[in-house]
Design a protein around this ligand. Structure first.
Ligand SMILES: *Cc1c(COP(=O)(O)O)cnc(C)c1O
Length: 438
């Protein structure tokens, strides 16, 4: 399968090149030239399949032409070594819990899959010293860093905004050492993302270093996120609740929801999608006005969604042929203040006993307000509430139990390097690393 750039200024490339490059040379995002629908027989029997079996079928539709079936199956089974259960919160809203992976956020799926696929391509090419650059608003860094930890021939640089991620999030990528380096950027997430994008556009850096990106712009991170939408549908079908399904995705860079939209294009019977946002509402405003007007991000308690210029918007536009009407017909939006998010976490906890994290709370609330009669709502619970411990405990006035996996991270010692948001400084640092190595 070939992958074209959404900017269409460069020729299409192979999967391997799309994964290695991350971003297309014309700054566009790679898109597969075809989205292969899955056969009716798959949907007729999907409720009899395990998560891993479903993921293999979906992965085959994306990557089957480019990766041998046995290798792909190993990558999928190794990636999906945890479940994504659907849990009822009310009689018509359920939570797709995507926090059962090693770093307790949905990004484990894409991060682990990408590490393994990139590892396969690097071994195949006999390459050494691949540098993975990843900007994080909180959870990407840990999922990617943990996915790549100890993978030979790869060094990961995690760029994160100083003082804008929770202590637990920070610990998950600053305590690992080995082939993982954390760079603490004096700026916002958008500055981190701009540094990474500039690095890919810089001729000198790319001549001297092999750079790749693990942000949701990378197709190997982004596409596997489709797996769990199919798995959610299978669980609903088992319960006889698969008609009129509405899926609500707490969104920041819009990679997760775009993977769901791909799923729908492959035949997954989801009636409509809702993108739930915090106060960073550029997508909601686009839906209302038809004008995409990116702004600097504002800080909220759902910090992994503090994104002012979501990268994957380019993919959504492309997927819907740049038609505002088509986008509005398929996706609606919702935006919530910190006060509304807190109120939702508190009320749902009091009324049902279910503890939401601030991101999932946006998803739940959008469904509560937006579901129509006869519809069943699924929101993606994108991270475990304990990842936002101070915030969530402050809201509910109660202790949150910390899962054992998370406790282990908290014992580690933070190691990070300070970095300014000036690209020249970042470039000098990367070139300096090269000198030390050679
Ligand atoms: C990354 C993240 C999001 C946003 O996902 P996108 O794919 O960037 O839209 C939402 N919630 C949590 C907890 C996250 O870590």
């Amino acid at each position: 399968m070939q992958y074209y750039s959404t900017n269409k200024q460069v020729p299409p490339v192979s999967l391997q090149d799309a994964v290695m490059k991350g971003l297309a040379p014309d700054k566009g995002l790679f898109m597969p030239e075809a989205i292969n629908p899955l056969p009716k027989e798959f949907f007729d029997t999907i409720e009899t399949l395990s998560f891993q079996e479903i993921a293999c079928r979906v992965a085959g539709a994306f990557f089957g032409e480019d990766v041998p079936a046995g290798t792909l199956k190993d990558i999928v089974y190794d990636t999906m070594s945890f479940d994504a259960p659907l849990v009822w919160v009310t009689d018509r809203i359920c939570s797709l819990e995507l926090f059962h992976g090693p770093t307790l956020a949905f990004k484990d799926v894409g991060g682990r899959f990408m590490a393994r696929l990139l590892g396969y391509f690097i071994r195949k090419q006999g390459q050494k010293n691949v540098n993975v650059l990843v900007a994080t608003s909180g959870d990407t860094g840990s999922a990617v860093a943990n996915g790549f930890l100890g993978v030979e021939g790869i060094h990961v640089y995690v760029l994160y905004p100083k003082g804008k991620v929770s202590e637990i999030q920070e610990k998950q990528f600053t305590t690992l050492g080995r082939n993982i380096t954390a760079l603490e950027v004096d700026g916002a997430f958008d500055d981190c993302q701009a540094l990474v994008k500039s690095a890919f556009m810089d001729k000198e850096l790319n001549e001297r270093l092999l750079l790749t990106s693990a942000n949701s712009i990378n197709v190997a991170r982004f596409l596997p996120q489709a797996f769990y939408y199919f798995h959610a549908y299978a669980q609903l079908k088992r319960w006889g609740r698969a008609d009129r399904v509405v899926v609500c995705v707490p969104s920041g860079n819009f990679g997760n929801i775009t993977a769901g939209l791909f799923g729908k294009r492959m035949g997954l019977p989801i009636r409509r999608f809702i993108a739930a946002n915090n106060k960073n509402d550029v997508f909601c405003r686009y839906l209302q006005t038809g004008v995409y007007d990116p702004r600097p991000s504002v800080t909220t308690i759902a910090n992994a969604m503090d994104v002012g210029d979501p990268s994957n918007f380019a993919r959504i536009l492309d997927l819907y042929g740049h038609s505002h009407a088509a986008i509005v017909a398929g996706i609606s939006g919702a935006t919530f203040t910190d006060e509304q998010i807190s109120e939702t976490v508190r009320n749902v906890y009091t009324d049902t006993g279910y503890l939401l994290d601030p991101h999932g709370a946006c998803g739940y609330r959008a469904l509560e307000e937006g579901l129509r009669p006869g519809e069943t709502g699924v929101f993606l619970e994108t991270a475990h509430p304990a990842k936002f411990l101070e915030t969530v405990e402050g809201i509910i006035g109660d202790k949150v139990e910390i899962p054992a996996g998370l406790k282990a991270f908290m014992k580690g010692e933070k190691k990070s390097l300070p970095m300014t948001k000036a690209f020249e400084d970042f470039k000098r640092y990367l070139l300096g690393k090269l000198k030390v190595e050679s």
